[in-house]
Design a protein around this ligand. Structure first.
Ligand SMILES: Nc1nc2c(c(=O)[nH]1)N[C@H]1C(S)=C(S)[C@@H](COP(=O)(O)OP(=O)(O)OC[C@H]3O[C@@H](n4cnc5c(N)ncnc54)[C@H](O)[C@@H]3O)O[C@H]1N2
Ligand code: MOO
Length: 387
């Protein structure tokens, strides 16, 4: 058994960032930017009015209105003292104007306006380039959130260089499994883990497919693994332990896999294995539902991020105060299904059986109890991974 941190470092060592591609703006959501993007213009490209009102040149009490400036329709002339231009939010502030008076602060009669309130401290003018200037950059790498798409658009950048999306092939193994909607025999269960892992991979920006369930024969497993030959990441589920029907290790070995490790000092997830199979990274996850999903969080998600060029980082942790005492831990780091409470507390669920999807469903955190750590008292700060 190797420590979980070492296992993750070995997974990262197996990852090479994927190639990049140019993608059009409407399809960039969630993609990982790999090359900086440079603004093509200032924003705003001119001093812009922040309010509806009147642009004026000097501070006096009344002005003559000589024209109008609306968004998309600049006023062509220049203001002199005692003149005002009717202006609307987003319009270019005319030359010669140095403030905008909001319309609520004046009365208008014909082409005359008169101040009815003291002038605001604010000038209500957005300086040219106050959001960004031509040449400013969006740095890479970074995940493109909705707001970055708006920024790219505002910078007049209609496409960007992003990582290719990782192709993930997910293989459930075991004669006991049937797909949801099928009719199981009394000694069978429904394959569930692959659906969580597919959703997790997709949330990390991957394209994921669930392959046919591999039966507990070497031939069946090999045939399904061959269907995954073009994937960037192959995730197998189950068949990882030491039982007579746990075939993943022997079959991938026979197919020429280079296995980096097998067995990690973590709970759940001890029988995790990782290596390379052909061009793909291979993650062999344990079959217990909670074990496979926890391994998905701890290993698959960081590996997918690293593949997309985001660097080699474990999942982020936070700290919270234990709600009740925790007994000493054994030799494996325990990732405990836990619930966060109001006021920054955390409570591990009383039943940590790695078969219980229902418990994981109730949890919003994995409380990390390090390998060999002693008993902890209520109130002590512990690290956790938010789910
Ligand atoms: N003698 C030992 N037995 C076991 C050990 C050990 O060290 N010595 N380790 C245990 C641990 S820890 C785990 S975790 C499990 C993992 O074993 P496998 O990866 O071989 O998983 P399976 O035996 O195939 O399945 C375990 C469990 O999960 C169910 N399963 C499998 N795949 C799915 C799926 N896609 N969807 C839903 N449920 C699934 C399967 O039916 C079993 O109930 O081994 C322990 N044993
Ligand atoms: O370590 Mo296994 O993954 O608990 O059930």
């Amino acid at each position: 058994m190797i420590p979980a941190e070492q296992a993750l470092a070995q997974v990262f060592a197996l990852v090479t960032p994927l190639a990049t591609e140019e993608v059009e703006l409407p399809r960039l959501a969630g993609r990982v930017l790999r090359a900086p993007v440079t603004a093509q213009r200032d924003q705003p490209p001119f001093p812009a009015s922040a309010m509806d009102g009147y642009a004026v040149s000097t501070d006096t009490n009344s002005y003559r209105v000589i024209g109008e400036a609306a968004a998309g329709h600049a006023f062509a002339g220049r203001l002199t003292a005692g003149e005002a231009v009717r202006i609307f939010t987003g319009a270019p502030v005319p030359d010669g104007a140095d403030r905008v008076i909001i319309q609520e602060d004046v009365t208008r009669t014909g082409d005359q306006i008169t101040l009815t309130h003291p002038l605001d401290a604010a000038l209500h003018i957005r300086a040219q380039g106050s959001d960004f200037k031509a040449g400013d950059q969006i740095s890479a790498p970074r995940r493109l959130r909705p707001v970055e798409l708006a920024l790219l658009a505002a910078m007049n950048c209609p496409r960007a260089t992003v990582s290719r999306r990782p192709d993930v092939a997910i293989i459930a193994t075991g004669d006991e499994l049937v797909m949801p909607g099928e009719t199981p025999r009394p000694d069978q269960i429904i394959a569930s883990n692959a659906f969580a892992l597919k959703a997790m991979a997709e949330a990390e920006g991957a394209r994921a497919r669930i392959l046919p369930i591999a039966h507990d024969t070497e031939a069946s497993l090999r045939a399904v693994l061959e269907l995954a030959a073009d994937a960037d990441l192959i995730v197998t589920i189950g068949g990882a332990s030491v039982g007579d029907h746990d075939l993943v290790g022997p079959v991938v070995d026979a197919m020429g896999a280079s296995r980096a490790f097998y067995k990690v000092a973590m709970r759940p997830g001890k029988p995790l294995m990782a290596g390379r199979l052909g061009q793909a990274l291979l993650l062999g996850l344990p079959g217990n539902p909670v074990s496979s999903i926890v391994c998905g969080h701890l290993f698959m998600r960081p590996a997918l991020r690293a593949m997309q060029g985001l660097g080699a980082y474990p999942m982020q942790t936070a700290t919270a105060a234990l709600e009740r005492d925790l007994p000493a831990n054994g030799p494996r780091t325990h990732y405990m299904r836990a619930s966060l409470g109001p006021g920054g507390t955390i409570a591990p669920h009383p039943n940590q059986d790695s078969a219980l999807l229902g418990v994981l469903c109730q949890a919003d955190a994995l409380l990390i109890h390090p390998a060999g750590d002693g008993a902890r008292k209520a109130g002590e700060q512990m690290r956790y991974i938010p789910l």
